[in-house]
Write a protein that binds this ligand. Structure first.
Ligand SMILES: Cc1cc2nc3c(=O)[nH]c(=O)nc-3n(C[C@H](O)[C@H](O)[C@H](O)COP(=O)(O)OP(=O)(O)OC[C@H]3O[C@@H](n4cnc5c(N)ncnc54)[C@H](O)[C@@H]3O)c2cc1C
Length: 447
């Protein structure tokens, strides 16, 4: 792959700017292509680089949370995104929020300060280059480039809408009000089966449906016109179709016998293991546009989920992303065309920080490849490594975007009280990140 240290980055958003920065800090020359202001996606409106399209919050600042830990790791890796965020922060309690104009200006200024090593071309890219390139065009990648990606990866490999069901932590589900079983499993062996089922009686089911119908939902953006597949309808759309519609969809009880009653329940909510450690459970078929507070309130009405902790909330939005597992490797290279790397939301992560983190790692990865080397990914005890592992090894047939959370990290080996786990995750992660950086010869790229 060595190419005289020349790299191309497409997309001057959160991931693209971070990738360009990392490449520059590691001695490469970078051409960054950004289509604004010649052309705007339906959500972008400022000509500046690294535009935050919606909220100005970068979530928790506490390194004992998943989002806070990822941010701290990025700081240690010399992230431009984090440096600009820290220099443009505004008061927001325990969250890190930024002045979005200052944030964007700081990032643009610091990239331009590299002089002739950094070239910014303000034009839309419609084809994938033959030279080493990071594609970071985000959830609203222009149609022409999305078409080019699809031609290369196959129609089934690039999605235009997500359909995200909530994920809860396994240890927050009440085992006395749920049972493991697979549908039509005749064995009825205690604890056997692939699904954790939370049964509802008739009254609880109807009360639940009433709340779903009345709940606050996220409005669609003007540019969103989802034509839902029947197989992944938002649960509230199903609920509107009639009092029993959910019973023929995600809350179908047939083929399940509750061992406590010996009978088929009226309805069930089914949870399925989301990651290899089993720390996370996916609420199967519960994709939704309910607001987050409503998801917490209403889904906790389900017996067994009264104390559920949400690691990911359900959502459905316009979102261009790859079905990454098996398509890109753990250096974020397209396996069939390794000179092309993907970064940001396109890789199947969700959120500002996660997108920037994938830009950071893509920049490190391509920077190493351009000098003839090969980067090994950070361990899955780090927030960064656990995200990379997730997007490259998750189940391919129902892959959906993921935000960073503790459940993705390798479980702690010692039994530790819940309230102390965040601290332990952070201690382990930051020690392992330092060891990984030393082993890979990565210095924090300060400038
Ligand atoms: C409407 C909306 C609201 C969101 N709100 C939030 C939120 O509040 N909080 C949160 O954490 N996440 C949010 N996200 C999710 C996501 O984290 C952000 O979209 C994030 O900016 C993604 O980073 P990125 O670098 O992958 O893409 P972007 O930041 O979108 O950057 C992509 C860049 O590529 C450019 N581009 C696209 N196509 C081409 C092309 N062919 N040639 C050249 N340039 C091109 C675009 O103009 C853009 O500047 C939101 C997403 C959307 C769509």
């Amino acid at each position: 792959m060595p190419h005289n240290g020349e790299a191309t980055v497409i997309g001057g958003g959160l991931a693209g700017c971070e990738a360009a920065w990392q490449l520059l800090c590691r001695g490469c020359r970078v051409t960054l292509w950004e289509m604004k202001p010649e052309r705007y996606s339906p959500a972008h409106s400022s000509p500046g680089l690294a535009e935050l399209v919606c909220s100005n919050s970068l979530r928790s600042g506490d390194p004992h949370s998943g989002a806070g830990l990822l941010k701290e790791e990025m700081r240690r890796l010399g992230s431009l995104f984090m440096s600009a965020a820290d220099h443009s922060s505004v008061p927001a309690g325990k969250s890190l929020a930024v002045d979005r104009r200052l944030f964007s200006a700081l990032i643009e200024d610091r990239l331009l300060a590299w002089g002739e090593r950094f070239r910014l071309v303000r034009r839309e890219v419609a084809d994938l280059p033959a030279a080493p390139t990071i594609v970071a065009t985000g959830p609203l990648t222009s149609d022409a480039l999305a078409g080019a990606i699809q031609r290369l990866t196959g129609r089934e490999s690039l999605y235009f809408y997500d359909a995200i069901s909530p994920i809860v932590t396994a240890d927050s589900v009440d085992p006395t009000r749920s049972f493991w079983a697979s549908r039509y499993d005749q064995s009825h062996a205690e604890g056997a089966g692939d699904y954790l089922n939370c049964p509802l009686d008739e009254e609880a089911y109807h009360a639940f449906r009433e709340e779903i119908l009345a709940a606050d939902k996220f409005p669609l953006h003007g540019f969103e016109n989802p034509r839902y597949f029947e197989g992944c309808l938002p649960m509230e759309v199903l609920a509107e179709r009639g009092p029993r519609a959910l019973l023929f969809g995600p809350m179908k009880p047939v083929g399940l016998i509750d061992p406590r009653t010996g009978r088929q329940p009226w309805a069930v909510a089914q949870l399925r293991q989301e990651n290899t450690s089993g720390a996370l459970l996916n609420m199967v078929g519960f994709q939704t546009k309910l607001t987050r507070p409503e998801q917490e309130r209403i889904f906790r009405m389900i017996p067994g989920l009264a104390r559920a902790e949400f690691a990911r909330y359900g959502s459905i939005h316009r979102n261009t992303f790859l079905n990454s597992p098996g398509l890109i490797n753990d250096r974020l290279q397209l396996i069939s065309h390794p000179h092309l790397l993907f970064a940001g939301q396109l890789t199947g992560v969700e959120g500002y920080i996660e997108s920037a983190a994938m830009g950071l790692y893509a920049g490190l990865s391509l920077g190493r490849a351009l000098t003839g080397g090969q980067l090994s990914p950070p361990p899955d005890t780090t927030a960064l490594g656990s995200l990379i592992r997730h997007i490259t090894t998750a189940r391919k047939n129902d892959f959906q975007p993921m935000n960073v959370n503790h459940g993705l990290l390798r479980p702690l080996s010692l039994r530790i009280k819940k309230r102390e786990r965040g601290r332990e995750y952070a201690l382990r992660s930051l020690a392992d990140l330092s060891a990984w950086m030393a082993a890979q010869g990565i210095e924090a790229a300060a400038r």
